[in-house]
Structure formats: C-alpha cells, structure tokens
Ligand binder design. Structure first.
Ligand code: AMP
Length: 112
C-alpha cells in the first residue's frame, strides 16, 4: 500500500534495522524501544490491523516467525512478551499489522 509506513520498510523506501527476513515476513527494530530488545514482526503483505486478518494460516506463521525472532534475539529462555495493539483503545498507531516482540527485562502486569 503506497502510503503505509511499514509497506515502505518492506520495499526498502524507508530504512530499518532488519532483525529477521523471510519471503512472507520481516522483523525490524522499533525506533522507540520500550525494552532492551524491541522488534516488530510484520507480514510483507499489507493487512491494516488484526481486525482485518482473514487468513488463519498467516496468523499461525506470523506467530511462529515472531517466536523465531525471539529465539534469534536470545530471549526464549528468560521469556518475552508479544503485543498486538489493535485500533484506538489498543494503542495502534501504525496501520499495518505488527507484533511487538519485547524482552530483555521482566515485564509488568497489568500493562498500561
Ligand atoms: P503501535 O503503536 O502498536 O501501532 O506500534 C507502532 C510502532 O512502530 C511504535 O512502537 C513505533 O515506535 C514504531 N515505529 C514507528 N515508525 C517506525 C520506523 N520507521 N521504524 C521502526 N519502528 C517504527
């Protein structure tokens, strides 16, 4: 989608620090990290939000990809948190489905 920030990262029009890449998904470091490790995993195909996801297979593969990112970042043993902010109450600010992968410190609960 031409005016989507994350589509521009997928196309290389906007630079990002890539953590993991495969034909269907890419993961890159968040510009405003909220934890020592903060990576975003996205489908390369434009999906506006979790509310617009109609592909069960993609959902499963995205989670598996995110798990692989966490392993690659050395987070698997101590643990990590996956977050999918959805629409305004969820705090979504970029309208391209993304999974936050947060780790490197203990997470608080409940989230803010
Ligand atoms: P959300 O609020 O869940 O939509 O998350 C959007 C995330 O994208 C925020 O954590 C931002 O810091 C991050 N972000 C925005 N622009 C960029 C960018 N150009 N490269 C990497 N991360 C970004």
């Amino acid at each position: 989608m031409s005016d989507c920030l994350f589509c521009k990262i997928v196309s290389g029009e906007i630079p990002a620090t890539i953590a993991k890449d495969d034909p269907e998904f890419v993961a890159f470091r968040d510009v405003n990290p909220q934890a020592p490790t903060h990576v975003l995993a996205i489908p390369k195909r434009h999906v506006r939000s979790l509310n617009d996801l109609d592909d069960d297979g993609l959902a499963g593969r995205l989670l598996r990809f995110a798990k692989g990112v966490a392993e690659g970042e050395g987070l698997a043993e101590n643990g990590y948190r996956l977050v999918v902010n959805t629409n305004s109450d969820g705090g979504q600010t970029v309208w391209h489905l993304h999974v936050h992968i947060l780790g490197g410190r203990a997470m608080a609960w409940p989230p803010g």
